[in-house]
Design a protein around this ligand. Structure first.
Ligand code: GDP
Ligand code: MG
Length: 197
């Protein structure tokens, strides 16, 4: 799959403003700072399409990017901010849920986990939610450039065991050096083909 264009479309806070057109969508979820924005930037090969930040919790909106004038990448709010009050937390949780289900345009949710951490309670809740509603998802393990190859393999096995899934269904990536990016692009291409594009 070649991404030839990627354009910021809009950012949405309220569920009633979520995009309802028929274009297919791929969503990216994970805790704040896991590397969602960096991953999107790497996939589209642009340095600053999705804003990246080393301050957790800055991305609080559902951000849409139109890819190849055809389908969307959707950067969802990071869960588990330390710095927002409870009221805000609930709003973000709700908009994520309203975005995810029901959503007939959504082809795959990429769930991002940091290679250096065991999945959090919120990661588990997210995966349980996706399983419950039968929403197709793929686990992406991020920032693998930060660890040795052995540590990466051990971490993938550990995460697979913890989540009770096959380790082959986990894709390790690095937005720093591009590791794993082509295989994610291949998944996206396959999903679009299966959906009849
Ligand atoms: N070394 C390394 N750092 C990364 C990688 N992905 C993201 N980061 C860094 O992690 C921090 C959070 O990334 P960001 O994409 O903003 O995370 P988000 O909050 O999930 O969108 C930033 O300082 C990034 O530069 C990666 O693959 N490797
Ligand atoms: Mg972000």
């Amino acid at each position: 799959m070649k991404i030839t264009s990627a354009k910021y479309t809009t950012s949405v806070v309220r569920e009633e403003d979520l995009i309802q057109d028929k274009r297919f969508q791929f969503a990216f979820v994970g805790r704040s700072n896991v590397g969602k924005s960096s991953f999107i930037n790497k996939l589209v090969n642009q340095k600053r399409l999705a804003k990246t930040s080393s301050t957790p919790g800055l991305t609080k909106m559902v951000n849409y990017f139109l890819i190849n004038d055809d389908f969307y990448f959707v950067d969802l709010p990071g869960y588990g901010f330390a710095k927002t009050d409870n009221k805000n937390k609930q709003v973000w949780g709700r908009v994520i849920e309203k975005y995810l289900y029901p959503n007939e345009s959504l082809l795959t949710v990429f769930v991002l986990l940091d290679v250096r951490h065991i999945p959090s309670e919120q990661d588990k809740k997210m995966i349980d939610f996706l399983l419950f509603y039968n929403i197709p998802f793929k686990i992406i393990v991020t920032k693998v450039d930060k660890v040795s190859k052995n540590k990466m393999l051990a971490s993938v096995s550990e995460i697979a065991k913890f989540l009770k899934i096959r380790k082959e269904s986990i894709t390790p990536v690095s937005s720093e050096n591009g590791y794993g990016i082509d295989s994610v692009l291949a998944v996206i291409e396959g999903q679009l083909q299966m959906a009849g594009k």
